[in-house]
Design a protein around this ligand. Sequence first.
Ligand SMILES: [Zn+2]
Length: 202
Amino acid sequence: MVEAFHSQLPVLAVEHDDLRRSRRLLLLMVAIFVPSRLPADDPPKDDMAEVKTAKDGVGKEAGAEQDAAQWLRGRVVFLAEVLESRGARSVPDARQRVLALETERGELIPLLEDRRGHAFRADDRLRKMELELLVRRLPGTPVVQIINVVELTKGGRFEIDYWCDVCAIVMFELKPCECCQGEIELRRRPLAKDRSPLPGIK
Ligand SMILES: [Zn+2]
């Protein structure tokens, strides 16, 4: 019995030491890994709720943005040229790459270059106009799509498009007529007074 007891003592001592060592090791590991792991792998429940709400919010907002067309006033410019005038230089290649609406407040809103947007690249008369654009924001982007172009003058508001007299058809950018391939003209038609909700110019 005694022999057996003695022979077990060193084993117990070793086990005790091992236990202490592994506890210390565990504490060390907790100290090292837990603070850096918590935020990434196991976000607190409140954060999760916030993330979910934010995602839902984006979805709802995007849907609303897509549906809600709005009128914006300003002038169409090449984005990089205006940025350059504000001290942000681009490489020469980029200068006329993106069209934007420069609003009255000086905000720059990139324009989708579909046919309506491309009209502003093709015809510099349009880039000289004070405008009211009816636009729709593309969900999840700062880009807007032009729905309607209105020139704002002291004589009133004029809807802008292109017209072929021969074929009596309307087009949205300057190019040979889609029908007769002849020349088309820039057309200005007075806009009905209640069409734009923006205040008139002084
Ligand atoms: Zn024609």
